[in-house]
Write a protein that binds this ligand. Structure first.
Ligand code: SAM
Length: 375
């Protein structure tokens, strides 16, 4: 019989451990599991220790990284391996994992994102190939996507957490940090946030179906133009709303139309498919702005960034969620809302909403984004 798990381990942005712990404790309460969150400030990780085997099983059955805002990665802890011998770490880890396998590959070797965690990146990377080889030779890696995946989280050079995740319930990226191809000519680093949201927050089928030539997007708080550039690069026609100037490729793109007006009062003349919003303002004010657009019930999808307050950050996010869900109910628009602190988010979270309605009426193909040749 497979030994019972002992709890959950979340990797988070350093500084957001308390918010993450609050979410994990809520998850425990939702499944009537007795558990205690261990928080070490700025460690980039939170351990939720189950009080008994039954609680641990309930947590393991419920754990899903996509259901949290502040966990980048969420795994089911099987055992903590201490005093790993320097020259024989791989053997010790395989021994510890054996009772819980076999596993679907690939094995993820991860570490926290705090300073000491990042110093372990070299060791984590160096473990991947020999560990994969040794697990394979031991018959512990199988080609069966229905199997749990193995995670090894390196805590220090002599201590690793051996953990698992059910299919689709953890991030497929080590540490929950996605490797993305970023738009080379984007006029701001902010573009990375929208790229990550499109890659990780919305289902690929929705992005594929709802964003592209023939779609119209409004970008509120657009300057200097990174988000507008990402949307235009994917073929959308963009109305970029900001009193400040667009720069670089965004200023030159014929499919980006700049309107120097207030994002809080702007309304388009015709129907738009996407609303994106990166306005820097109080989260409650931005939420109210988004709620107004949702209530009108005409959007296909929305991506927004909320700048978090210094305190009560978890409460601010949940207030936003409640307000937007109420707005969709009032507008009778069915859809899915997700909020997540992405890797590229700092003191902020990103939200995405997409309509449950399938399909879109493609309009006339817009003019392509003009790309300047380098001299
Ligand atoms: N997403 C942008 C990008 O990728 O380049 C960066 C946006 S920046 C974080 C926030 C922008 O919100 C600023 O350019 C600011 O001028 C704009 N902003 C703040 N309040 C606004 C308002 N009331 N109306 C229009 N723009 C506003």
């Amino acid at each position: 019989m497979t030994p019972a798990p002992v709890g959950l381990l979340a990797l988070t942005r350093p500084g957001f451990e308390v918010e993450c712990a609050t979410e994990l404790e809520a998850l425990a309460a939702a499944v009537a599991a007795r558990a205690t969150a261990r928080v070490e400030p700025h460690s980039g990780r939170v351990m939720l220790e189950a009080a008994d085997a039954r609680s641990a099983e309930r947590l393991a059955a419920r754990a899903g990284v996509d259901e949290t805002v502040f966990a980048r990665q969420l795994v089911v802890v099987r055992t903590v391996v201490r005093d790993l011998p320097r020259g024989a770490r791989v053997e010790a880890l395989v021994d510890a994992a054996a009772a819980h396998g076999p596993f679907a590959g690939p094995v993820l070797v991860e570490h926290a994102d705090d300073d000491s965690g990042r110093r372990l990146a070299g060791l984590a990377n160096a473990l991947v190939a020999p560990l994969t080889g040794a697990l394979g030779r031991a018959g512990l890696l199988v080609e069966d996507p229905a199997r749990h995946r193995l995670h090894v989280v390196v805590l220090d050079t002599a201590t690793c957490v051996v953990a698992t995740s059910a299919p689709g319930r953890a991030s497929p990226w080590p540490g929950g940090v996605p490797r993305l191809r970023l738009p080379g000519r984007a006029p701001s680093r902010s573009a990375r946030k929208l790229e990550e949201a499109l890659a990780c927050l919305l289902p690929p089928a929705v992005v594929e179906r709802e964003l592209g030539p023939g779609t119209v997007a409004v970008d509120l708080g657009a300057a200097p133009g990174g988000w507008s550039w990402v949307l235009a690069s994917r073929g959308a026609r963009v109305i970029a709303v900001d009193r400040g100037p667009l720069k670089g490729a965004a200023a030159e793109a014929p499919s980006i139309e700049h309107r120097r007006v207030d994002a809080f009062t702007f309304r388009p003349e015709a129907r738009v498919d996407w609303l994106v919003c990166d306005v820097v303002d109080k989260p409650a004010r931005v939420t109210e702005l988004l709620a107004g657009w949702l209530r009108e019930g005409r959007l296909r999808a929305m991506v927004f960034n909320l700048k978090l307050p210094m305190r009560q950050r978890h409460a601010a996010v949940e207030a936003c969620r409640a307000r937007l869900e109420a707005a969709t109910a009032a507008g009778a628009v069915e859809g899915t809302l997700r909020l997540k602190q992405l890797f590229h988010d700092r003191e902020e979270v990103t939200g995405a909403w997409w309509s449950a309605e399938r399909g879109r009426a493609r309009r006339a193909t817009p003019r392509p984004v003009r790309r300047r040749r380098r001299s």
